[in-house]
Design a protein around this ligand. Structure first.
Ligand SMILES: *Cc1c(COP(=O)(O)O)cnc(C)c1O
Length: 494
């Protein structure tokens, strides 16, 4: 039976994956008495939103635009979190918002966004299209059929012409090897002329302002090809006498979740050894995260978010703009600038970096006969969907009182569903100190997709509530998420 490396005391060496925690989030986590009270009063799980951090993140993206002397807009992809506080805080900045459903559009309008700052993306029903056209938001169309449907609505209801972008996909470039999967969204980049035929035919209803892409990938080569493909599409527009002036490159800038690249390297090599049977399992039932052993060799590939990503968010945008266009052989940022095109981005995850925490209370800590320790939490894998997104990152223990037993503890985190698969993560998690019932685990940096995207009312358990925590007049304050409005922060502007 293989054994894990042990300290002389017999304690298994901890394999930490410490989260990256920026100063605002760190300061909020230090309010342990407040966090415990909030969890006691409002239940577990509890989403804690830090709206002010979002404004800082917008500014960081803007700085990249300035560096490259580019105009355009930063649209926050609303789908990454349902919070109202975030959307209202954003309305107080100069950023825009990308809405992907009728309800998200209504939410944005109600939070104070004027239609000029709203972009409607994603699959759309008639009601969504109608409200978008009625209010005058820009519609990023997914298909030729959608453009025709929109034009018909505009004509039938005698609405003013609607600004449209056309989403393209399936770009290829000679000499660039791409691993892109087929997308269900967007018009093939080779069928641009069909789109332009429709736009010209309905020129009284549709006003083409640009072309767009969104790749569900963080691969830089794919994005350079797609961006250059959009520039080629704009050339074709100009040849036909149309005058669109913008390129929307979507989201997918990513987040750096981990504080320490060496921990990530250590963990992934230890996982490989565990899958090969060279050390004790590091996961529940020997799950391999895509890796498996065949006759003493590793097969498959690690199916995880690259949680340590130094070049992410605004830095990734900067890298893309500095990248050389594969065919024109000049930096993409320069090509945009020379053509005087506006650049639009739609970050979701990256704009929510450091903007929230999920608090979960510990119900039980038990040692099993085989030596494993189990921590059962009052939340489930849909309330903190780290596992679904393949993000491996340790929670922070918020102790109610000083820990009884200091020193590291390797534990499995069970959820509150009566479902075998309901582990918050299938990985054994090493905590710097053993929690006790009533303590909280804080899953930090979970505002982007990991907080409420998948939350359901399975077993009639409620979806976690949300609070906004904000710094005002030198102290941390809080309110229910739906009651947060930026105007509550009087001191800063006084
Ligand atoms: C989801 C989505 C985004 C945001 O993606 P992130 O990876 O969160 O940055 C942007 N645009 C569109 C069209 C999307 O569907």
């Amino acid at each position: 039976m293989p054994v894990a490396p042990r300290l002389r005391s017999g304690v298994e060496l901890p394999l930490y994956l410490s989260p990256r925690i920026a100063p605002t989030l760190r300061s909020a986590l230090n309010e342990s008495a407040l966090l415990t009270q909030l969890s006691d009063a409002l239940g577990s799980p509890l989403g804690v939103i830090l709206p002010q951090q979002l404004a800082d993140n917008v500014a960081a993206f803007r700085a990249v635009f300035s560096d490259h002397r580019l105009g355009g807009q930063v649209y926050y992809a609303h789908k990454a979190n349902r919070s109202s506080a975030l959307v209202r805080e954003l309305a107080a900045t100069d950023a825009g918002i990308d809405v992907a459903s009728l309800a998200e559009l209504q939410h944005a309008l109600g939070a104070g966004f004027v239609p000029q700052r709203i972009m409607a993306t994603g699959p759309k029903n008639q009601e969504f299209l109608w409200l978008a056209a009625r209010t005058g938001v820009t519609v990023s169309a997914d298909s030729v059929g959608e453009l025709v449907e929109l034009a018909t609505l505009v004509t039938e209801w005698a609405l003013p012409p609607v600004r449209v972008m056309t989403r393209l996909s399936g770009f290829i470039s000679s000499g660039v090897q791409l691993s892109s999967r087929r997308s269900r969204f967007g018009v093939s980049a080779f069928a641009v002329s069909q789109v332009l035929d429709v736009i010209e035919k309905h020129s009284d209803a549709l006003d083409l302002v640009g072309v767009a892409f969104h790749l569900d990938s963080i691969g830089l080569p794919e994005k350079t090809v797609a961006l250059e493909g959009c520039l080629a599409a704009l050339d074709e527009c100009r040849r036909r006498g149309l005058r669109p002036w913008s390129v929307d490159i979507g989201g997918g800038f990513g987040v750096n979740y981990l504080a320490d690249g060496a921990q990530w390297e250590q963990y992934t090599s230890a996982l490989t050894e565990a899958v090969l049977g060279k050390r004790a399992p590091l996961t529940w039932n020997g799950h391999g995260y895509g890796l498996r052993a065949e006759a003493g060799h590793i097969r498959g590939s690690l199916n995880l978010y690259p949680a340590h990503r130094p070049v992410s968010g605004p830095a990734y945008l900067d890298r893309l703009l500095r990248a050389t266009a594969p065919e024109q052989r000049r930096p993409l940022g320069t090509l945009l600038l020379d053509n005087m095109y506006d650049l639009h981005v739609e970050p979701g995850r990256a704009l929510l970096d450091q903007c929230g925490v999920v608090l979960a209370s510990v119900l039980e800590v038990r040692d099993e006969a085989n030596g494993d320790t189990v921590v059962r939490l009052d939340c489930n894998a849909r309330d903190v969907s780290l596992e679904e997104h393949g993000v491996l990152m340790d929670p922070v223990v918020v102790h109610r009182t000083a820990p009884a037993k200091p020193g590291p503890a390797g534990v499995y985190l069970f959820g509150n569903l009566c479902l075998e698969a309901d582990l918050i993560t299938r990985r054994k998690v090493f905590l710097p100190s053993r929690p006790r019932p009533g303590d909280l685990l804080a899953f930090v940096n979970t505002a982007g997709y990991l907080m409420d995207f998948s939350a359901t009312q399975a077993l009639r358990q409620p979806v976690g509530r949300k609070v906004a925590m904000y710094h005002d007049d030198g102290a941390w304050r809080w309110c229910l998420d739906e009651q947060y409005w930026p105007v509550h922060r009087r001191a800063e502007t006084a």
